[in-house]
Design a protein around this ligand. Structure first.
Ligand code: COA
Length: 136
């Protein structure tokens, strides 16, 4: 049965199986994955049998704005409402904030529109691929 946890405290990197960051040019190691979970302003994890099978993270100033950099459910668990539940829980954690932004790949807009997100007129981003390679 899938359980939800709102912290990465107590999670070991061995609970982060391979399979996340599926389409990335370089996949972060499970150690680095744990590091980013622990470093996030808010994190929501979906767990099954002691393993993390889905996660969502947010960074924030805690006053007005937040950014959701990552949301992923392992392929074999998709289509069961887990991604939606992670988003619902994460947005509750960000409830008092004015701006919540994210960027997503083409095709995923409809998923986020269910939560009230709208495509903005302009968005810009910097992607430094060499930083992915620095520590695995
Ligand atoms: C996007 C993602 C997190 C959705 O997780 P999930 O657990 O499969 O989502 P849910 O089961 O809660 O889906 C809820 C609804 O959204 C729809 N949906 C799911 N993924 C979608 C997508 N990529 N695009 C559009 N709609 C999507 C589902 O069809 C479902 O609709 P339904 O209720 O009518 O059946 C998952 O597909 C994933 O990890 N994708 C790869 C990483 C990714 O794209 N992350 C988003 C950041 S860009």
């Amino acid at each position: 049965m899938v359980a939800y946890v709102g912290t990465a405290h107590g999670i070991e990197h061995g609970q982060l199986t391979g399979g996340f960051f599926a389409d990335w040019p370089v996949r972060p190691s499970s150690e680095r994955h744990l590091e980013l979970l622990r470093g996030s302003y808010a994190v929501e994890l979906a767990m099954d049998d002691g393993k993390v099978i889905g996660f969502a993270t947010a960074t924030s100033d805690g006053v007005l704005s937040a950014y959701i950099p990552l949301l992923e459910v392992l392929p074999e668990y998709r289509g069961r409402g887990i991604g939606s539940e992670l988003m619902r829980r994460l947005l509750l954690r960000l409830d008092g904030l004015y701006m919540v932004d994210l960027s997503c790949d083409s095709g995923v807009e409809a998923f986020y529109e269910r939560f009230g997100f709208r495509v903005l007129d302009r968005a810009m981003g910097l992607r430094r691929r060499e930083r992915l390679r620095r520590r695995g």
